[in-house]
Ligand binder design. Sequence first.
Ligand code: MLT
Length: 406
Amino acid sequence: MFRLNDNYLKLPGSYLFSTIGKKVSAYSAAHPDKKLIRLGIGDVTQPLAPAIIQALHGAVDEMGKAETFRGYAPDLGYDFLREAIARYDYRERGCNVSPDEIFISDGAKCDSGNIQEIFSLDNRIAVCDPVYPVYVDSNVMAGRAGEYNGATQTWSNVIYMPCTAENGFVPEFPRETPDMIYLCFPNNPTGAAVTKERLQEWVDYANKVGAVILYDAAYEAYISQEDVPHSIYECEGARACAIELRSFSKNAGFTGVRLGFTVVPKDLKCQDVALHGLWARRHGTKYNGAPYIVQRAGEAVYSPEGREQVRKQVAYYMDNASYIYQGLQEAGFTVSGGVNAPYIWLKTPRGMTSWEFFDYLLEQVNVVGTPGSGFGPSGEGYFRLTAFGSRESTVEAVDRIRKIRL
Ligand code: MLT
């Protein structure tokens, strides 16, 4: 009789955004007349920029001719895209990352879930709390997280690093020493950013204790402040301790197109084994490469027109972020985030739990957000709104929320 990977059975309920999706669908089915505004999952709403569409059309045409048709993509990515990334995302920012240290994939969600595979199951992971659920869930599936404690909503083998209003939503070094540290800045869900000085301290800490940092920089395009680093490789010593994950979803609207990449520097070693070789082996075995058409679209993001067009889209979403921030602050909410990230993090009013406030907003004003407790125990009493809506729906959502009595 076959047996299951029973680590999957330990996972409580469904994935956060699936749970929200089911609740919202049930509400819509029961109230078809209500016009919902969805500021829950961080999904973009602006169409792909013209330079990207043009590149997609061009690549589709190439696939239709024998002379330019392409089959399997190189499993680590086409050189034209890896070179553009190395140049514009790293060299131009003074970071030493070479094209062959960049692994192209179909997005940061998969990479952040898969990267743990190259590490021992005995490693202890440390996560920010609250945190993007993929980091913890993928370690639960692998069998690294230990047992679930329903009362505290924590896993026994995971080190939680609370990110609270008191520490500006940037974690302190944990009391127990971790082996793998997940950091995401600008942060999902709190929208907090880390200064270069503070990130340097994390890099020094990781090098000192022999930990690896898994650095999720999916939201770097939203950084507006000077002292906030776009890449962990801006810090000295990061090449020896950090892997960086990036996405085209939020900076260029690829949530439905799918493209991302991971940087594994060749200097990053466990004793004398380079992680670069391990990730290349894993990628080559389990992945057949992102589609040619999509990688050409990714390349167009770095063209002069592409860069200008996606910059305008990011600015559009950031105008939404400041509209939400100001509107809710004026209405008496305690808000943060929204300056270097497209997420607004607010305290629930009247001591409501995160899910109580979710239901309240859904039913009273038909606005969908994300309950903070879905991201971890320290998210309880908080709520996340995304700035990725259209301007009209963002303005209307803020108007509706302002009308509720605190
Ligand atoms: C979120 O809403 O947290 C993100 O959109 C989810 C993701 O990027 O996978």
